[in-house]
Design a protein around this ligand. Sequence first.
Ligand SMILES: [Zn+2]
Length: 422
Amino acid sequence: MTDSSLRLIAALLLATPLSSGAQSYELPHGRWFDGNSFVARTIYVDRGVIVARRPARVDSTIDLTGKFIVPPYGEAHNHNIEGSPPATIKKYLDAGIFYVKDPCSFPEASVEAVGKLNIPSSIDGVFSGGCLTSVDGHPSGLVRRNIARGSMKPTDGDGRFLHALVDSTDFERRWPGILASKPDFIKVILVYSEEHAKRANDPAYFNWHGMDPALLPLVVARTHSAGLRVSAHVESAADFHAAVTAGVDEINHMPGFRPDRDSVSTMTRVKRYEIAPADARLAAQRGTYVVTTLGESTDFLAMGDKAGLDSATRKQVRDLYVRNLKLLRSSGVRIAIGSDAFRGNSMTEIMSIRTLGAFDDRELLRMWSIVTPKTIFPGRHIACFDAGCEASLLALDGDPLTDFKNTQRIGLRMKRGVLLSP
Ligand SMILES: [Zn+2]
């Protein structure tokens, strides 16, 4: 038996609902979101799962009194769940976000989360462990800063929070150790890969380069044969192209989500962030997910002159985001909501994205409650209300398609058949 099939069995065992303790329910008078509209139905729950028929014994009936029922939301990109801080978990549950993906963490993050995450009363989280980059590549700057602050040790960088790959031999040597730490998925870093050689050899670009794009096909092949998915950090349209053509499963960030080397003056060069229509088509064909992380930048642009950019440039960048998002949408790419905002989450992200006007509220709700959870836990029957789906839901006091703020008027939360306290 291979290591990956053992891992699969372990995942299946963990995903099995508790047979004792979970109640059976009849849930009448709800209007259930099917991805397009709200449909009046009565739903039955037995041992944490939605069932087609009324169970022989119903423990309790909850009258949903015409409320609007949506699947719990997802946050596809945040680093704030490592260490499982209770206040952060509460903030997620309050916002109706049950599923969180952390792309770049310490290798022991999942083990430390046992008993705190992935239990009925908490959020469910996945961790990539250290991300794959190059020597002095992103996020080496973060590591350096945290060492200076005393929150990381010098030994916490290469081999733990990140893997500074030199070449393919180096990758092959490290790969068994990376897998042994049991990551939930693999995260690779691409940063202006079209200039990789120049940046990787120039200290002026410290932290502003990533993994050698030539290694990407090998990393994707090894990761897929281990039964795991690959997420790729991108900055430029060339990174997006490299990621899609190499067959990654998820692209993190929209190109141009932040200025090159944190210098806002570079934002005038929008051309290098324009996603090619052929790449968008390929991403759609391959089922590649794209995670937004545009909220902070969108809010920054909305600051007006205080942003330190003239209004023409602000408009140019905003238009770029809208154009790229509309291209992905018209090509049929799966767009997931992720904020990468340590003090925020996908709620703040989706509210900011909404101001761009690239999507209608129905699409936004579908992205947040259906698409996003699926790229966090692709193997689970979540984000659906059919027989066999996990019985997880939010009951909203008003129609979110009439007023999107109703996505936050949550009257009741159920996770795998367990009612969460309000
Ligand atoms: Zn991130």
